[in-house]
Design a protein around this ligand. Structure first.
Ligand code: F0G
Length: 456
């Protein structure tokens, strides 16, 4: 069969509300042209993020009912701990309320002013956590990963030659840790190969640099390896994921992605001394080590989600359904990051809206047009999110201006996705009429969440 169906049926539904274009124009103006400020009720198809927005399974919901809410040593924690231990092979499993909490705790002990945190690409909260500890965040992505139109099976790979140069120039002591983001969210949801992880791991071991995995989308990454990396076609996603985790000294995870949970995360570690210090910090800021900022029912849902996500039929459907949207758009001539990533399609806003100068934020113009035209909410991943200013106050743009259409897991059907493609095609046909934006209000860090704009 050519058609790859959703490998689930729907038991519980949520209505979505239709709005008119005129209403959306007003709502967008009221939100100061920042879709983060829209009410979710006013969004038809919400592709802002795949984080915390997945549909839980009936098994996960059933688990919510048997969650053990004991303060210490609850059975839900023990099940969660065992599941994460088996998956990662790591000794110490600290639950956190989400991924960034795990990052903050880790960076507090591994990172310091003057140090550098190296990654294929740091996600924005990871970078912010690294920088707020006083360290410098340094992305060493392979050159192919920076070119949206270039095909490469593992565009998320870390540039190992560049890593060895940085180690030589700055010395291993200056490197707080190396963190491999799988899949590489900010670089287009692109996977990292096992070979690359192995090389990074070996180099880190040789120089005694801690090597961590940012594991938010580890299962999608494992499926890409099965499909694309020689020698892995006969291995299951579970075997592949386990092999990759065993290359690292630790991992941070947002369970809001590949664990299908609405909240949660963890920090997994092998180093006893570091784990001890992280646990003390966990108690101060998250909670007792057997719940860490979560309810017992959340731990139960995460444990089940981590098992479900490694189902090969699900992962096959997941990657295929994202590729389906990418192929439709690509066939219509729409510029996007190719091949498509695991959780999202990334439009190349700079090429899509070539008439809008980078200083006028083409990515923001595109997210506004998608909402106005079809009630779709997407996320700018470009110069609004990553732009900085030079000493003269001139914008230093991000390397790419992308718009991410993140697909929540198990939430939208193929007809929703067909509608999304139709809206984007209409925006593309009428693109010449679109205009840029200027920022009227912003904060010094993570400005994209709250920035306000006005049309230029
Ligand atoms: N690392 C990566 C690669 C992420 O994509 C995210 C979150 C985090 C860490 C932080 O996890 O949200 O649980 O604190 N990404 C979301 C997104 C927000 O929309 O891509 P968190």
């Amino acid at each position: 069969m050519k058609t790859i169906i959703e490998p689930f049926r729907i038991k519980s539904v949520e209505p979505i509300r239709l709005t008119t274009r005129q209403q959306r124009q007003q709502l967008l103006a009221d939100a100061h042209y920042n879709p983060f400020s829209l009410q979710a009720d006013h969004v038809l198809i919400d592709l802002l993020t795949d984080s915390g927005t997945s549909a839980m399974s009936s098994r996960q919901w059933a688990g919510m009912m048997i969650g053990d809410e004991s303060y210490a040593g609850g059975s839900s924690f023990l099940r969660f701990e065992q599941t994460v231990r088996e998956l990662t092979g790591m000794t110490h499993i600290l639950p956190t309320h989400q991924g960034r909490a795990a990052e903050r705790i880790l960076f507090r002990f591994l990172s310091a002013p003057g140090k550098v945190v190296i990654s294929n690409t740091l996600f924005d909260t990871t970078r912010a956590n690294a920088e707020s500890s006083g360290a410098e965040g340094l992305d060493l992505l392979i050159p192919e990963g920076k070119q949206p139109a270039v095909h490469h099976p593992f565009k998320g790979n870390l540039d190992v030659t560049a890593l060895s140069e940085v180690i030589r120039e700055r010395g291993a002591e200056a490197i707080a840790l190396v963190m491999l983001t799988i899949t590489n969210n900010s670089g287009g949801g692109q996977p990292v190969s096992m070979e690359n992880a192995r090389q990074v791991s070996a180099m880190c071991r040789q120089h005694q640099i801690p090597f961590f995995i940012d594991a938010c989308r580890f299962a999608e990454n494992a499926m890409f390896i099965q499909q694309r990396e020689p020698g892995y076609a006969d291995k299951s996603p579970t075997q592949i994921a386990r092999e990759m985790f065993r290359l690292a000294d630790g991992a941070t995870m947002s369970a809001k992605k590949d664990a299908f949970a609405n909240i949660g995360g963890f920090l997994a570690l092998n180093d006893d001394g570091l784990a001890q210090r992280c646990r003390e910090e966990l108690i101060i800021t998250e909670g007792f080590p057997t719940y860490g900022g979560l309810a017992g029912r959340d731990l139960e849902a995460i444990a089940t989600g981590l098992e479900e996500v490694l189902d090969a039929d699900y992962l096959h459907y997941r990657l295929r359904s994202v590729a389906y949207l990418g192929e439709k758009l690509s066939a219509a001539g729409i510029p996007l990051v190719m091949p498509t990533g695991g959780h999202a399609v990334y439009l190349d806003a700079r090429a899509f809206l070539a008439h809008i100068p980078v200083e006028q934020y083409p990515g923001q113009a595109l997210v506004c047009a998608l909402y106005e035209t079809g009630g779709i909410r997407a996320c700018e991943i470009g110069s609004v999110m990553f732009g900085k200013y030079d000493a003269a106050g001139q914008l230093i743009p991000a390397p790419l201006d992308l718009v991410r259409l993140a697909i929540p897991r198990r939430v939208y059907t193929q007809s929703h996705i067909d509608y999304v493609a139709e809206v984007i095609e209409e925006v593309y046909t009428n693109r010449e009429a679109l205009f840029g934006f200027e920022i009227t209000h912003e904060t010094p860090m993570l400005r994209h969440f709250t920035a306000q704009f006005k049309p230029v």
